[in-house]
Design a protein around this ligand. Structure first.
Ligand code: FES
Ligand SMILES: [Fe+2]
Length: 357
C-alpha cells in the first residue's frame, strides 16, 4: 500500500492557471510530477525523474512540447518517450518516463496516480460551481502539514465553526442544531438546518448587502463528501420563515464552499478551496473580498490542523473516541478505507509463510 489514500482516483494537482509553459514540480500521493502545457495548451504530467540518472525533470527546460533534462540533455516527449540522446544515434527503446492521465475540469488540472486503464473521466469530482456562469467566486491553495484526512474531518463537522471561527461564521446555533447524516457508495452527506436564528456576522453582512435584509434567518449547511477527498458545502441564509427549508431560497443568499484536498505525502496535503456565490454576480470587488475573508477564516483551521498533526505524532497509541458530531467524518473515513482496501493486493492482506528451501 502506498499510503493512507487510494491511488485509483482523480486528484486536483494544480489550478489550471498554475500549469503553463514552464515546468511545475508537484507531489501528489507521494508521486513526484513535472507538469507543463504543450504548445497546443494540453496539460501534461510526467514522472519527475529522468530515466538516465534520475535528476528531477522539473529542473530541466521545455523545448516545444518536450522536456530537456537539465543534466545530460536527454529529451522526453509529452508521452514520456525519449526522443533524443546526446552523442548517439540510436535511442535505447526502454528510455521513457512514466506519464499520468490528466484531465482539466472545473478550473483544476486533475491527475490519476493509479492504474491508467481505470482513469475514467466520469469519476472527476463535481465542483462545477467553480466555472458555472450562474455562480461567481474564487479560491486559493493552502499547503497544510497534516494527513489530508484531518482536513476531511474538519470539513465534515462544522460545529467547529462555533469555537474556531466565532468572529465570522460561527455562533452557538451551529453547535446546537441537530443534523441528519446520509451516505451512498462514494458519498456522505450531513444536512443541518438552523431555523429562526440570529445570523453570524459573515452571513448577516451578505444578506444585508445582497437583499437589504436585517433580522432573523433560516440558515443551512449541507456538506457533501465525495470519496476520497472532495467536499462541496452548500451554505446560506434566508430571511426567517420565507420557505428556504421547503425549497424556496429565492429570498436568501447561497454559497458553495468547494474543497478538494490532495495528499502530497502521508503527512502533508494541498488543500484547494474556493467560495462561489449565486448573488451580486457582477461585483468583482466582492469576489476578491470574499476570497480574502475566507482565506483568513481558513488560516484559523490551518493552525488547528497542523497542531493536531503534531499532537497525533506525539501520541501514536492514542485511541480516538467518536461523538455524535463525528458522524460525517466517520462515514468519510469508512469510504476512504474501502477504496484503499480495494487496492491492496490480496497477497498483501495475508502474507503467506513459506518454508525456507
Ligand atoms: S540525468 Fe537526465 S540526462 Fe542524465
Ligand atoms: Fe473551519
Amino acid at each position: 500500500m502506498s499510503g493512507p489514500f487510494p491511488l485509483n482516483a482523480w486528484y486536483a494537482a494544480a489550478w489550471d492557471a498554475e500549469v503553463g509553459r514552464a515546468l511545475l514540480a508537484r507531489t501528489v500521493c507521494n508521486q513526484k510530477l513535472a507538469m507543463y502545457r504543450t504548445t497546443e495548451g494540453k496539460a501534461v504530467a510526467l514522472e519527475d525523474a529522468c530515466w538516465h540518472r534520475l535528476l528531477p525533470l522539473s529542473m530541466g527546460r521545455l523545448d516545444g512540447d518536450s522536456v530537456v533534462c537539465g543534466y545530460h540533455g536527454l529529451v522526453f516527449g509529452p508521452h514520456g518517450r525519449c526522443t533524443h540522446m546526446p552523442s548517439q544515434e540510436t535511442i535505447n527503446p526502454s528510455a521513457c518516463v512514466r506519464t499520468f492521465p490528466v484531465i482539466e475540469r472545473h478550473r483544476y488540472v486533475w491527475v490519476w496516480p493509479g492504474d491508467p486503464a481505470l482513469a475514467d473521466p466520469a469519476l472527476v469530482p463535481d465542483l462545477h460551481w467553480n466555472d458555472d456562469p450562474d455562480w461567481a467566486g474564487d479560491g486559493r491553495t493552502i499547503h497544510v502539514k497534516c494527513d489530508y484526512r484531518l482536513v476531511v474531518d474538519n470539513l465534515m463537522d462544522l460545529t467547529h465553526e462555533t469555537f474556531v471561527h466565532g468572529s465570522s461564521i460561527g455562533n452557538r446555533a451551529v453547535a446546537e442544531a441537530p443534523f441528519v447524516a446520509t451516505h451512498g457508495d462514494r458519498t456522505a452527506t450531513i444536512t443541518r438546518w438552523m431555523r429562526d436564528i440570529d445570523p453570524p456576522p459573515f452571513w448577516a453582512g451578505q444578506l444585508a448587502h445582497a437583499r437589504g435584509y436585517r433580522g432573523k434567518v433560516d440558515r443551512w449547511q449541507i456538506i457533501r463528501f465525495e470519496a476520497p477527498c472532495t467536499i462541496a458545502i452548500d451554505v446560506g441564509v434566508a430571511p426567517a420563515g420565507t420557505g428556504a427549508p421547503d425549497g424556496d431560497r429565492s429570498h436568501g443568499v447561497n454559497g458553495f464552499v468547494l474543497n478538494t484536498i490532495t495528499p502530497e505525502t502521508d503527512r502533508s496535503c494541498h488543500y484547494f478551496w474556493a467560495f462561489a456565490r449565486n448573488y451580486s454576480l457582477g461585483e468583482q470587488r466582492l469576489t476578491t473580498e470574499l476570497r480574502d475573508g475566507v482565506s483568513r477564516i481558513f488560516r484559523e483551521d490551518e493552525l488547528i490542523l497542523e497542531a493536531q498533526q503534531v499532537a497525533i505524532d506525539a501520541h501514536p497509541d492514542h485511541r480516538f473516541y467518536n461523538l455524535n458530531i463525528d458522524a460525517g467524518s466517520m462515514w468519510a473515513r469508512r469510504l476512504i478505507d474501502r477504496m484503499v482496501e480495494a487496492e491492496t493486493p490480496s497477497d498483501q492482506r495475508v502474507v503467506p509463510i513459506r518454508p525456507a528451501a
